[in-house]
Design a protein around this ligand. Structure first.
Ligand code: FAD
Length: 505
């Protein structure tokens, strides 16, 4: 029987990134990647945000490669339409950056990066097997069959995507359809119009001539959104994500998808003359897992093999980065003789906490998505929280410090209560805006750069900061969210509150 230290089932993005990280950080470990398919087709998961971009560029040393073979990204950008869905692009209100982002991120061609990572991993000494599935996994014996050969592994890592080999075997999957029922259809197109190819000089000047085409562009509607992501080499990814009623019979066919897009003036204009390359869809996006890591049984779940919530804000690859970091650390320690049972439990609890916190950004909030005035507040608020609470500790590597994690987990219920509170506040603001007929009032002609909460302290992110400093920033962001939402409700009391007053017990 062939034996390896780590067998990674699935050579998609997650499996390949873990293999690369292991070669760099645990060079003594023997690593095998098993990928069943020779074909590397397009996949969703194209837009990265700061945590994933930091992981890819800094931790995995892929910066030059990413600039060379993929596209730099100009942040997230959001456009808002009329209730008749007939505004032109330049009439629409917009939230999006007017400068190249301070923290780089990328638009990935998934087929290309997976193919390249398989090659790089092979060159780095990973035993890469492509073309046959891992079968007959026995998690107790930690063996599986590969083309008639039995492979034994000290660690088994599941990167098999939605096939979710271990989750299904161990009954770990938690359905989320009742909690967050969101679906999606998407495809790749050639010949999509360029966001910057617009003769309106004032509109170009509004974002200081920053290339909007490099952003992840969202057209926002009540209950759903339409994305445009440039992949380079003339290909654009276009998708619709939304509540299930948005999708009709046939929406998952090229004609059905296009006819859905054509119900919206500006997205339809972007697609005029575009040629379809592929089309995919899922009727239910979110699912959770009872467990991500098991130190005693020496297994871990990465990426889609574990859990998924929602692609708004592109958190998928952020989660992959965290899971790879935790898995690498567990493997490194365990191979050095440490009992990692408890540490794996802590990492697991943190991933569950991150899952719950992220889900609160989306759950029950899709009806807000079509309103510029409300989403302006939510987008700025969420970005402030992301930089202050999630990105900052990860770029500093604090998430691998057990003491840090324990204190984050101790504060977890408070954080979740705060996010829940703001979610309810935004939902109440939406109800008010609908009731007063003001939901679409600001959807034309407005512009917001999206950094209202960050402007004066962006430079702090990633530097040593005291807990007090972080709390002060949280207080600022929460006060912003409260004040702006109350203004929309006509209830602004002009008060600035302390953190402990901001979230009712
Ligand atoms: C609509 C939508 C939009 C999204 N947009 C974004 C985004 O913009 N940004 C972002 O970061 N994330 C996004 N995501 C999430 C992202 O798609 C996932 O996080 C990511 O693709 C997961 O990668 P993975 O490697 O876990 O799985 P996969 O890419 O599915 O890879 C799994 C691999 O395992 C192989 N495999 C399966 N079974 C076996 C077996 N038995 N043996 C061997 N090999 C096997 C498969 O062939 C496959 O190659 C989006 C998701 C959705 C649904």
């Amino acid at each position: 029987m062939k034996k390896v230290d780590v067998a990674i089932l699935g050579g998609g993005l997650a499996g390949n990134l873990l293999a690369r990280q292991l070669r760099r950080e645990v060079p003594g470990a023997s690593v095998m990647v098993i990928e069943q398919s020779h074909e590397r087709g397009w996949k969703v998961g194209e837009s990265t945000v700061e945590i994933a971009a930091h992981y890819l560029g800094v931790k995995l040393g892929l910066s030059t490669y990413l600039y060379d073979q993929h596209l730099p990204k100009n942040g997230l950008r959001f456009f808002f339409d009329t209730d008749r869905r007939d505004a032109t692009l330049t009439q629409m209100s917009e939230v999006g950056t007017d400068r190249p982002p301070p923290t780089p991120s990328f638009q990935l061609d998934r087929a290309r990066i997976e193919q390249d990572l398989l090659r790089m991993n092979t060159e780095d000494g990973v035993d890469v097997r492509v073309g046959a599935p891992a079968r007959n996994l026995d998690l107790d014996a930690r063996t599986f069959a590969l083309e008639g050969e039995t492979i034994g592994a000290r660690w088994i890592v599941d990167g098999t995507g939605r096939a979710s080999t271990i989750a299904r075997m161990r009954d770990l999957r938690l359905p989320m359809e009742a909690v967050h029922p969101i679906a999606s259809v998407w495809g790749r197109y050639e010949g999509v119009r360029d966001f910057d190819d617009v003769p309106d000089r004032a509109w170009r000047a509004r974002s200081r001539y920053v290339a909007r085409s490099l952003s992840t562009n969202h057209f926002m509607y009540p209950g759903y959104w339409i994305w445009f992501i440039p992949l380079g080499r003339g290909v654009t990814s276009v998708g619709i994500v939304g509540e299930k009623h948005v999708f009709k019979r046939g929406s998952r066919t090229p004609e059905g998808f296009l006819s859905l897009v054509r119900e919206h003036g500006a997205p339809a204009a972007m697609m005029e003359g575009a040629r379809p390359l592929d089309l995919e869809g899922f009727t239910q996006l979110a699912y959770a897992t009872k467990r991500f890591f098991h130190g005693g049984e020496r297994w871990a779940l990465l990426g889609d093999a574990g859990a998924f919530h929602d692609p708004f804000y592109s958190p998928g690859s952020d989660f992959i980065s965290l899971e790879c970091d935790f898995t690498t650390d567990l493997i490194r320690r365990e191979l050095a003789g440490e009992d990692v049972t408890d540490r794996a439990r802590t990492y697991d609890a943190f991933m569950q906490f991150r899952y719950d916190a992220t889900l609160l950004l989306y759950k029950d909030l899709y009806p807000c998505f079509g309103c510029y005035d409300l989403m302006r507040v939510k987008l700025n608020f969420d970005l402030g929280c992301y930089y202050n609470l999630w990105l900052d500790p990860i770029v500093k590597g604090e998430h691998l410090d057990e003491k840090f994690l324990m204190s984050e987990l101790a504060r977890g219920p408070e954080t979740l209560a705060a996010l829940e509170h703001f979610s309810k506040l935004f939902q109440r603001a939406r109800e008010h805006l609908v009731a007063t007929g003001a939901y679409y009032e600001k959807n034309l002609g407005e512009y917001n750069v999206g950094v209202d909460c960050l402007r004066h302290w962006l430079e702090e992110v990633g530097t040593p900061r005291k807990r007090r400093q972080i709390r002060e920033r949280t207080e600022e962001v929460f006060n912003y969210g409260r004040r702006e939402a109350l203004k929309l409700l006509g209830e602004d009391d002009g008060k600035t509150l302390r953190l402990d007053e901001l979230v009712p017990a």
